[in-house]
Design a protein around this ligand. Structure first.
Ligand SMILES: [Zn+2]
Length: 210
């Protein structure tokens, strides 16, 4: 029930309240959007990029500004390989506790870090931990950014092992139009995707960057 209410609220935001500033799901014909938060990660992001390249899949990476500053070459590689970029805050601080001004400064600082490393000027933003309230949603909108949530999570942030993650993926495969939350600083996510991505493709799913 809570899930239903939450999805209804997201639908209302995307289609009625702030249609150009909130996205949680795409049209079915747009394909599936894989989104990766919390990178760039020097340990796992390179292998994920190899995997995506091999599968000919373009995805979207929501980068943490501080990590982009620490690993600019890796951030540049993500962009160079055709993936979309978005901000995920400068330091992974939850935005619901920020003032409007602090939120604006954080969005700008993260965007500047991404632009300096990659040349990409992004207005896409994924809130840390997905935590939002009406004030912060409006804040992101008023600063001119598009807030990207998700329609499907496999809860890879639980880090409860490969078998558990594969089990969740098997029990609920993606459907066209879904925006999937994943994390590229997670070894299980990388291992699980190398297993399921070819099968999802064989099943006819198509993937697109946002
Ligand atoms: Zn995150």
């Amino acid at each position: 029930m809570r899930e239903l209410v939450r999805n209804f609220a997201k639908d209302l935001l995307q289609h009625a309240l702030i249609p150009r500033s909130f996205l949680w799901r795409m049209p079915r014909e747009a394909g599936v959007a894989l989104t990766f938060d919390d990178g760039p990660d020097p340990e796992f992001t390179p292998a994920l990029l190899d995997l995506l390249r091999e599968a000919r899949v373009r995805a979207t990476f929501f980068l943490i500004g501080r990590k982009v500053e620490a690993h600019p070459t890796l951030a540049a590689r993500i962009a160079a390989e055709g993936h979309s970029l978005g901000g995920h805050s400068f330091d992974h601080q939850v935005i619901t506790s920020m003032s409007r001004a602090a939120l604006g400064a954080d969005l700008q600082r993260c965007r500047a870090a991404i632009r300096a490393a990659t040349g990409v000027d992004t207005r896409l933003f994924r809130p840390p931990k997905g935590e939002v309230n009406l004030a912060s949603i409006h804040g992101v909108h008023s600063h001119g950014y598009r807030l990207v949530h998700w329609s499907l999570t496999y809860s890879d942030y639980r880090r409860d092992g490969l078998e558990a993650l594969l089990g969740r993926m098997a029990s609920r495969p993606p459907r066209p139009g879904e925006v999937i939350l994943l994390h590229d600083d997670n070894p299980y996510t990388l291992q699980a995707l190398s297993d399921v991505l070819p099968r999802w493709k064989d099943a006819g799913l198509e993937f697109a960057a946002l």
